[in-house]
Design a protein around this ligand. Structure first.
Ligand SMILES: Nc1ncnc2c1ncn2[C@@H]1O[C@H](COP(=O)(O)OP(=O)(O)OP(=O)(O)O)[C@@H](O)[C@H]1O
Length: 811
């Protein structure tokens, strides 16, 4: 009997056993003489050209196909059947012959494959869909690499002498109940045992090259016997597994399929850093918290949780995507980038998104209410309602600072009381620290459009109502509020333009201690709050200009000193000099008090620079007056004011004038809190902290305090401004009074009023028809001269009188 394979190359057909070699091709012939007459081929070899011979052979093959030849009768594999199934001609393993390397004989109901042992060179044997029970003839196929005997009746696993190099075995759809020891199959890489009756994984211990193990649709109840195997693809779907276990040592896992089991928890799958795909379809995963076991898997891209109870959770898909942002496919559906964004916005919205939503909500609710004119805080381009917002993490002490500031500067500031649903603490008073309200009331107020911002912190709601601000403003005071960062972001969406001072406990330990000392917070809350301190620091760093100032509140006393000095600087309140001539600059320092015991004001108020800023105006005023009106100069009002500001700035630059600190803070952009602690431009003690800000120089027109320190100069600027003998006397005197020094306008004075006065003469009484009369009457409160937000301060500059201005001083 001829072997499958060997031939020598000839130009004319050469017959070797059942093989014909024609022009480099080899054909296997049947022994049945009816199929092909070898004589014919050989006899006519001289006269029939090669192609005809090949055609003839092909025709003969076709004829045979058409005939109903019974192959492998009785399920006994015969040579004819093998011959038909041979393919893939190639070199034999020893390289000496050309042989067929593959055989495929599917669906012949084979139960005896003894014949196969004749074909020793076969490397790939496919005998699926038969009735094979015994694989022992395969022991002869020493070169076999791949074996597919799926869909047979095999009950014993690889029960034959193993070919040395057997790599892939498909024994799926058989009747194997037990996994025998496969220790001799050293080279086994892929083993498919799907659809058998296996109840226990075993015998694989020495299969140290096994990278794919398929055991789907068996009766396995426990994952075991896989320790230290280099398995990358593990398919255990449709078994009876309840727990993912014993996978710790499978460090190469890339894909696992546990679909169709009874798994509830994902515990056991963690720490597989290479895992890319997990299929858990049709299991019993119910709890979203289970995702924690897989959310740190760096390479995970595909997850299937279809037909698990977890699918019933509201926003299930987004919550999974939020937790595992790196997924490309979830539940057999591609994940879109938009879904990932939506998931973040839903479960951990960026601060800006929270603030925008909050703002929109309050705007919409307020639109639903009857509109009401808010006379005290109505916005104005020139002088927005003055507000100071202390912002920082909980426990930064900002509430205490705010309270203390309002206490000390009660003539200037009022505390805008926020509403909260949190429990009142023993040391707190309703209506002073907060308006303590029920959740129902809080929600009702939201719906009534009362709030300008709200924020939920540690489960309690906080919110600032318009009425809280308005009630402070009605008193003629600027308002101080404190809030978390999200609140600030909402306020930044409103028309208010407060100054924002970041109160930051820079020392982690002191912050923690302060939180613990309060004794009100749980461990989780403390941890959360401490982590938010980093958020603030990061936000400050990433958003230059967001905060106007940062104050370290590690030491609350020092923090207050700084805040106090900042405020005094803003307000232009002079600071007493100590006998030694230095500035006290601390809590002991008091605002300069005039003979009447009222605090003396400088030229600044707590507001944004108005159209005609004080520096520009002040210097403009020292110039020769030019009574050309904007109309005459061909410029509009705003354009005129802008032109003057630029003119003034240019002149300052030429003359070397550098505005004092407060003015830099108020007027310069970006007006930012220092991005690092070191860079803090605080109003700290002495030159060190000053060195971070621009040097403060005396303006050319300031004549006094030659030897003052820079701090003093800063303050002296204010004094100079007020020194135009505005300090004493009546409010009118302080603003309009004619002194010897340069006349400086103040922000307590409407620039237009200032211009008008300049026109009409400093000390002259108002003339009929001038701005004073055109302006709505203001009711000065006793002792409230020109303080921010007061009725003396033109927070609400009249609109119609602007039209009446007939000139703006030129210089
Ligand atoms: N209207 C508001 N909007 C946003 N956050 C607010 C508002 N009112 C108060 N908060 C902030 O809510 C947080 C919790 O308030 P709580 O009164 O418990 O703080 P606290 O312990 O006094 O903190 P701190 O010492 O920083 O003032 C604080 O950071 C507070 O500033």
């Amino acid at each position: 009997m001829a072997e499958n394979g060997a031939y020598a190359e000839h130009s004319s057909p050469v017959i070797e056993g059942n093989v014909v070699h024609v022009g480099g091709e080899t054909h296997v012939l049947n022994y049945d003489a009816n199929i092909l007459s070898l004589d014919n081929v050989i006899d006519n070899s001289d006269v029939i050209d090669r192609e005809e011979i090949i055609d003839e052979i092909d025709d003969a093959d076709d004829e045979v196909d058409e005939e109903d030849v019974e192959l492998s009768p009785g399920g006994i594999l015969d040579e004819e059947t093998v011959g038909r199934g041979l393919s893939n001609l190639g070199r034999s393993a020893d390289g000496s012959m050309q042989v067929y390397l593959h055989v495929t004989v599917p669906g012949f109901s084979l139960n005896d494959i003894s014949m196969i042992k004749m074909f020793v060179h076969l490397q790939k044997v496919e005998l699926p869909y038969n009735e094979i029970t015994d694989l022992s003839p395969l022991s002869h196929l020493k070169y076999m690499l791949v074996l597919d005997v799926s869909h047979n009746k095999i009950s014993r696993l690889l029960d034959f002498e193993p070919p040395k190099n057997l790599k892939e075995v498909d024994l799926s759809y058989n009747e194997i109940t037990e996994m025998s020891d496969l220790s001799q199959h050293h080279y086994l890489m892929k083993l498919n045992l799907d659809h058998n009756q296996i109840s226990e994984i075993s015998g694989l211990k020495n299969c140290q090259r096994l990278h794919t193990l398929q055991l789907a649709h068996n009766k396995i109840a426990k994952i075991q016997g896989l320790d230290h195997l280099p398995i990358k693809h593990l398919d255990l779907c449709h078994n009876q597994i309840k727990r993912i276990e014993n996978l710790e040592t499978l460090k190469k896992l890339l894909r696992v399929n546990f679909a169709g089991n009874n798994i509830r928890s994902l515990k056991g799958i963690q720490e597989h850093d290479l895992l890319e795909s997990i299929d858990l379809e049709d299991n019993e995963v119910i709890d979203i918290s289970e995702i924690k076991y897989i959310q740190d898997l760096e390479m995970l891209r595909v997850l299937n949780l279809l037909r698990n109870p977890i699918q019933e959770l509201p926003d299930y898909r987004l919550s999974i995507l939020y937790r595992i942002q790196r997924l490309n496919e979830l539940d057999r559906h591609r994940v879109e980038a938009e879904e990932k964004v939506a998931s973040v916005n839903m479960f951990n919205p960026p601060l800006e998104v929270i603030a925008a939503r909050d703002h929109i909500m309050h705007v919409v609710y307020s639109f639903l209410q009857l509109s009401r004119v808010l006379d005290s805080t109505l916005p104005s381009i020139e002088t927005p309602y003055p507000m100071l917002v202390l912002v920082g993490p909980q426990g930064s002490g900002k509430k205490d600072l705010a309270m203390k500031l309002v206490d000390e500067f009660s003539d200037y500031f009022g505390y805008a009381i926020s509403h909260t649903t949190r429990k009142m603490q023993p040391e707190e008073t309703d209506g002073i620290d907060y308006h303590f309200v029920t959740l129902e009331k809080f929600e009702m107020d939201i719906k009534m459009g009362q709030f300008i911002q709200t924020y939920q912190y540690h489960g309690d709601w906080y919110g600032l109502q318009m009425e809280s601000i308005e009630s402070v403003a009605r008193e003629g005071l600027a308002c101080v509020v404190h809030m978390e960062l999200e609140g600030v972001l909402t306020v930044k969406n409103t028309y208010f333009e407060p100054r924002y001072v970041l109160i930051m406990p820079l020392g982690h330990d002191s912050h923690e201690k302060r939180l613990r000392d309060k004794g009100n917070y749980t461990e989780g809350q403390i941890e959360h709050t401490l982590s938010r301190a980093d958020l603030y620091a990061g936000y400050n760093q990433d958003h230059p200009g967001f905060f106007d100032m940062m104050i370290d509140s590690d030491d609350i006393q020092v923090a207050y000193k700084r805040l106090r000095r900042l405020v005094m600087d803003y307000l232009g309140i002079s600071i007493n000099r100590s006998p030694a001539g230095s500035i006290d600059g601390d809590v002991e320092t008091h605002a300069e008090t005039d003979v009447h015991g009222t605090t003396q004001l400088g030229t600044r108020t707590w507001s944004k620079p108005s159209i005609a800023d004080s520096a520009g105006m002040s210097q403009a005023y020292t110039r020769t007056k030019n009574t050309q009106s904007p109309v005459q100069s061909g410029r509009g009002l705003l354009e005129e004011a802008s032109w003057r500001r630029r003119h003034s700035a240019a002149r300052d630059a030429v003359s070397g004038y550098i505005p004092p600190l407060f003015e830099q803070i108020v007027t310069q952009y970006p007006k930012t809190a220092p991005q690092t602690v070191e860079g803090q431009m605080g109003l700290g003690d002495g030159e060190v902290s000053r060195s971070y800000s621009a040097p403060v120089q005396k303006p050319p027109h300031a004549e006094s305090d030659e030897d003052s320190s820079s701090d003093e100069r800063s303050d002296s600027m204010l004094s100079v401004a007020s020194a135009g003998d505005m300090g004493g006397g009546s409010p009118e005197g302080s603003v309009h009074g004619g002194g010897k020094g340069p006349q400086l306008p103040t922000e307590t004075m409407n620039p237009l009023e200032f211009m008008e006065e300049e026109k009409g003469g400093k000390s002259q009484a108002s003339q009929p028809g001038d701005l004073h009369e055109a302006r709505p009457p203001s009711a000065p409160r006793p002792g409230s001269r020109g303080r921010p937000g007061s009725d003396r301060h033109k927070v609400l500059p009249p609109i119609s009188p602007i039209q009446k201005v007939d000139y703006i001083p030129e210089y």
